[in-house]
Design a binder for this molecule. Structure first.
Ligand SMILES: Cc1cc2nc3c(=O)[nH]c(=O)nc-3n(C[C@H](O)[C@H](O)[C@H](O)COP(=O)(O)O)c2cc1C
Ligand code: SF4
Length: 485
């Protein structure tokens, strides 16, 4: 992952943990309304893909155990990882693109409700993403994948050559010459792996995204409701389809790109279709980017305006993230695909302990606070969830006290210690295992390996019945913690 050149080391701190009485009286441990739903406290575990599903996208026993473990820490809400809305193979990512998935998802909801003893609400993040290919071997690329176009022939001065000769010639060229004859997308396909964009409207399946996505999202949300989820989160963040429509890089000319009014059109139409399917009293919100953090990306002004429009449209919550784009991703190795958390925007999404003067903690707060205050200024009370580097009670409580947000998201801190909020609420905050923001977990995600935390994944490996990672070396969920008494 990209790191700020300053490389200043930061250490997470426990802060001043509250007594049980102080916790009882705190904002963090007070209830909050999210549309028709009440969360018992303002702690929120945002979506995290742990690579626990299988190639068919089922809810496996490992998926149940993973979320059951978070639920035992009794956060206000858990958002299930990005779950695909299409019925197409997507590797071991959870799927909700067909009715056959409803039964497994039902078991997942029941697990969260049961393991949290009814304290935690279960939401699911639903996602669409476009195709991305692995970085190819140059020889294979020239032999099979590259289309030999008249433009390319002209660039090579090879108008009369056979296609075979053009391919052989390219293969044998000095690699430094390739970017001089390939166009930008061909060069990207070779040195990064080909990646579809929402602006590739010459392809019918991209052109018709505005016609097909509302229905696909709506059907998926309907299944989430059928499975008993307490709500859905539309994934409008990071490197994926809906965020790409919102992005300032979206220059589609069909009314769904260009100015921000056009860029938000599909996200609002998707929301409208979802709302129509699930009805007025079911929780629907979205996660989107307070800042894209890429050159030419949308500004905070755009994000503030988007937030206000989402709230006006009737969304029940708004959750923010930042960065996490393909646009500045690092070159992957041959045979791997680009990962949207390797560039500067990736750092902004999941900042680690080596940082700049600002540090890795709370980088999303100021932007989120501006979005929330615009929503409030518009007379709307939509709750706002802020996530990013939050790891102790003091910090979370201060965010709520200042009015930066209404709910505090903790992804890696919850992974490091799923009981952090429970311990804190009982006055046992000094027992919290603090995330060190090393991004070991994110490295596993990048390699599509089962995600675990380095602070606990080698502990008590001889525990009877323990489920371990494929290589047998790591436990898959944090050891249990039993509250005293
Ligand atoms: C392993 C891993 C997987 C993630 N998967 C998702 C995801 O599916 N959807 C999403 O919106 N964010 C995802 N994120 C981003 C987190 O939700 C969160 O925004 C980010 O980690 C910053 O918050 P933190 O500092 O509390 O960890 C993931 C993060 C990690 C570490
Ligand atoms: S591996 Fe654990 S300690 Fe390291 S960043 Fe991830 S959650 Fe935090």
């Amino acid at each position: 992952m990209w790191k700020p050149p300053q490389r200043i080391k930061f250490h997470s701190q426990l802060g001043q943990p509250p007594s049980a009485e102080q916790a009882q009286a705190s904002r963090l441990f007070s209830p909050v309304s999210v549309g028709p739903l009440t969360l018992s406290q303002r702690t929120w575990v945002p979506a995290m893909v742990p690579w626990r599903s299988n190639d068919e996208g089922w809810v496996t026993e490992d998926v149940l155990q993973w979320y059951g473990r978070f639920a035992r820490g009794r956060p206000g809400a858990i958002v299930i990882e990005a779950t695909g809305i299409r019925d197409v193979p997507s590797g071991p990512l959870l799927r909700i693109g067909h009715d056959r998935y409803v039964e497994g998802l039902q078991r997942l909801v029941q697990t969260i409700h049961r393991e949290s003893q009814g304290h935690t609400r279960a939401l699911i993040q639903i996602i669409d993403f476009l195709n991305i290919r692995r970085r190819p071997e140059p020889a294979k690329f020239f032999e099979r994948f590259l289309r030999i176009t008249p433009r390319l022939r002209e660039a090579l001065g090879a108008q009369d050559w056979s296609e075979e000769d053009v391919r052989a010639h390219l293969s044998q060229m000095e690699p430094a010459q390739w970017p001089t004859v390939l166009d930008a997308r061909e060069w990207e396909a070779l040195h990064m792996g080909a990646r579809e964009r929402v602006t590739d409207t010459e392809w019918p399946h991209i052109q018709e995204l505005p016609q097909v996505l509302p229905e696909l999202f709506a059907a998926a949300a309907g299944r989430a409701q059928q499975a008993g989820f307490d709500g859905v989160e539309l994934h409008y963040a990071h490197a994926y389809t809906m965020a790409s429509f919102l992005s300032a890089t979206n220059v589609r000319t069909d009314g769904y790109g260009g100015g921000r009014e056009q860029r938000i059109r599909l996200p609002l139409e998707v929301y409208g279709a979802v709302r129509q399917t699930v009805g007025p009293s079911y929780v629907v919100g979205c996660r989107y980017l307070a800042e894209e953090c890429i050159d030419g990306g949308h500004t905070l002004d755009d994000a503030v305006w988007f937030g206000e429009q989402f709230a006006r449209a009737g969304m029940d919550f708004i959750s923010t993230s930042r960065g996490g784009k393909f646009d500045d991703a690092k070159q992957p190795g041959v045979g791997s695909s680009a990962y949207p958390y390797t560039g500067r925007s990736g750092y902004e999404c999941m900042p680690q302990y080596l940082s700049d003067e600002q540090g890795p903690f709370g980088r999303n707060i100021a932007a989120t606070a501006r979005i929330r205050s615009a929503i409030r200024a518009a007379g709307l009370d939509t709750p706002v969830v802020c996530t990013g580097g939050v790891h102790n009670f003091e910090m979370a409580e201060a965010m709520l006290e200042r009015g930066d947000c209404d709910i505090v998201g903790t992804a890696r801190q919850s992974l490091a210690d799923p009981d952090w909020a429970l311990k804190t609420s009982l006055g046992l905050g000094h027992q919290v295992r603090l995330c060190e923001y090393t991004n070991y977990c994110e490295g596993l995600d990048q390699k599509h390996k089962q995600v675990t935390c380095q602070l606990w994944d080698r502990q008590d490996l001889d525990e009877p019945g323990l489920r371990k990672s494929i290589d047998g070396k790591r436990r898959l969920v944090a050891p249990d913690w039993n509250p005293p008494g």
